[in-house]
Write a protein that binds this ligand. Sequence first.
Ligand SMILES: Nc1ncnc2c1ncn2[C@@H]1O[C@H](COP(=O)(O)OP(=O)(O)OP(=O)(O)O)[C@@H](O)[C@H]1O
Ligand SMILES: [Mg+2]
Length: 321
Amino acid sequence: MPLLDIQHLTVTYGNVQAVRDVSVTLETGEILGVVGESGSGKSTLGYAVTKLLRPPGAIQSGRVLFEGTDLVSTLESDLRKKRWTEISVVMQSGMNALNPVATIRRQFEDAIIAHQPTGQSRMKERVAEMLKMVNIDPRYADNYPHELSGGMKQRISIALALVLEPKLIIFDEPTTALDVVVQRFIVQNLKTLRSQYHFSALFISHDLGTVLEIADRVAVMYAGKFVEIQPSGQLLRAPKHPYTQALLQCFPDPRSDQINIVGIPGTPPDLSVVQPGCAFAPRCSQVMTRCLTESLAFVEVAGAGVACHRAGLTEEVKQHG
Ligand SMILES: Nc1ncnc2c1ncn2[C@@H]1O[C@H](COP(=O)(O)OP(=O)(O)OP(=O)(O)O)[C@@H](O)[C@H]1O
Ligand SMILES: [Mg+2]
C-alpha cells in the first residue's frame, strides 16, 4: 500500500478550479517533487492534502488516502492528532510561519508537549539535537525569530516539522525566498536528514533544478493538472511533455558553458474556465489540431506517465514499428 494515494482530487476557490482531477501515489520513503509555474496549483495541492486550505478553498471531489484512511472524510479533531506527528508542513516562506513572540525553544516545546510530552531535561536535549541537526548552534534556542537570519529561520521551520518524526512532510517552496548559497545548503541538509529520518515528502517548488536534485520522482503541474511524472533522472534526460521540455530549457545546463535560457512564450490559462483540449496547447510549439479539442486524462502507470497527444503518438509508432 502506498503511504499516500491521491485519487481524482479537485480543489476550487469559488469558480476557480485550481487543482483538476489530480491522482498520484507516494511510496514510503519517497520524495515526490511537484514543479510548475506560479499559479499552477502546487500550494493548493499541498494544502488540500493536509486539509489546511483556507476558505474559499474547498475540496470539491476526490480522496486522499494516507495509509489507507481517507483524510478528506476524516474529522478535523482526528486530523489534528495526525498533524505534526504523522504529517507535517513546511509552509511557503515558512520562516515567517514561526511565532514571533515565542523563543525558538518554546516553539519546539509547545509541539512536543502537545503531542508527545516528556520530561524537562529530555526536552532540552531534544531541542538541542534538532537545532544541531539543521546546523544551528543550540545556544540560539533562547533567541526570538527576529534575531535570526532568513536561512536560519527556514532551517528551524524544517527542524520543527521533523521534531515528532512524521511519516510525511509537505515542503512548499522551502528554499525559494533564500539566496542560492543558503538554498544549496538547505537542500544538502534535507538530503542528509532524509537518510536519517526516512520521511516521505511532497517537495513543491517552481525551481526545477532544486526539485531534480532532491526528488526521486518529479510531477510537472500545469493549470491544475499533472502533465508528466517521471523518475528525476529520466525527466532530465528524456522529458516527454512539451511543457516539461520547455521548462528544462528555462534553466542553464550546469555541464555546458553555453547559457541559452529560453522562456516559455504566452501565459497560463484562466483557471475560472474549463476549456476543451490540452491546457498547454495555446503555448505549445508542437501543437496539433486534436490538442485544441480533445482532452486527455493523465494516467500514472508504474510511477510514471504523460498527458500529451504527441507522446501518445510516439508510443504508438514505437509499438507498431
Ligand atoms: N485564496 C484564493 N482565492 C482565490 N483564488 C486563489 C486563492 N489562492 C489561490 N488561488 C488561485 O488558485 C490558483 C493556484 O494557486 P496556487 O497558490 O496553488 O499556485 P502555486 O502553483 O502554488 O503558485 P506559486 O508558485 O505562485 O506559489 C491560482 O490561479 C490562484 O490565483
Ligand atoms: Mg505556491
